[in-house]
Design a protein around this ligand. Structure first.
Ligand code: CA
Length: 252
């Protein structure tokens, strides 16, 4: 904010001197650029999004970095395929006998969900084998401090032999939700030769839109509201700024 005071003082001085008109307009431009920079800093502070840890599987699993793997054939981290970076998650199931094989991938994010807001679940998959009796599913539990407050039951998804993006858009968080538990399930039935193999990468949960933050930002910053009204910054640019900031945070 010190910079803003400095620029305002500078404008006041130069405005009184007609020979400095060119400098004056440039400083006005500077003022708007600065306003825009402050705006991004504000967004950074204002937004809290649910943050899946290690959604791109670039870090090895440990008890602090998010993912839990479970069941009798849990998926593994692999460098054989990757949508981003060098690693993805690999589930390979092959029944030797007439017994089912199953693997789970689970992550719980306790904070960051805003009740009533909409969220998109997205991930990338590459299917190697979609064999006999094979099923792959995701499941979502909305949670609060007191336990589960809603859920989206086991739901099948399908991709292809090439990396394919799966989008589950506009999932509305129940009013009391503060967190989310995401689970992937890979399973074959009790048949001999049942099989399925998949790579999965870049799992993310993001807000579907940022209208709430946009309105709050404008309310708290009349200067930005004015700049939008006067056409100096477009609404689309502000919204896409919020979104790209969030995606950048997701990538980190
Ligand atoms: Ca990756």
């Amino acid at each position: 904010m010190f910079n803003m005071i400095f620029i305002n003082a500078l404008i006041k001085n130069i405005r009184n001197n007609p020979s400095c008109y060119y400098v004056y307009t440039n400083i006005l431009l500077m003022k708007y650029l600065f306003l825009f920079t402050s705006f991004f800093q504000l967004i950074h502070l204002a937004l809290a999004d649910p943050r899946l840890i290690n959604g791109g599987f670039e870090n090895d699993f440990n008890d602090k970095n998010g993912w839990i793997r479970a069941s009798n054939v849990p998926p593994i981290r692999s460098d054989k395929e990757a949508h981003s970076g060098k690693y993805s998650l690999h589930s390979k199931l092959k029944n030797e006998f007439a017994l089912p094989s199953e693997g789970h991938l689970i992550q719980t994010v306790n904070k960051g969900i805003i009740g009533g807001e909409k969220y998109d679940l997205t991930f990338w998959i590459k299917e190697v084998d979609f064999g006999v009796s094979y099923v792959q599913q995701y499941m979502i539990n909305w949670i609060s401090d007191t336990g589960q407050v809603g859920n989206i039951g086991l739901t099948n998804f399908k991709g292809g032999k090439k990396w394919t993006k799966v989008s589950v858009p506009k999932l509305t968080a129940p009013k009391d939700a503060t967190g989310i538990r995401l689970m992937f399930r890979f399973v074959t039935g009790a048949v001999k030769g049942g099989s399925g193999e998949i790579f999965i990468d870049d799992i993310a949960i993001n807000r579907s839109n940022y209208t709430k933050e946009y309105n709050e930002l404008l309310k708290a910053n009349p200067n930005i509201a004015k700049a939008i009204k006067e056409g100096k910054i477009s609404k689309e640019k502000v919204l896409s700024g919020i979104r790209s900031r969030e995606e950048e945070k997701e990538a980190n």
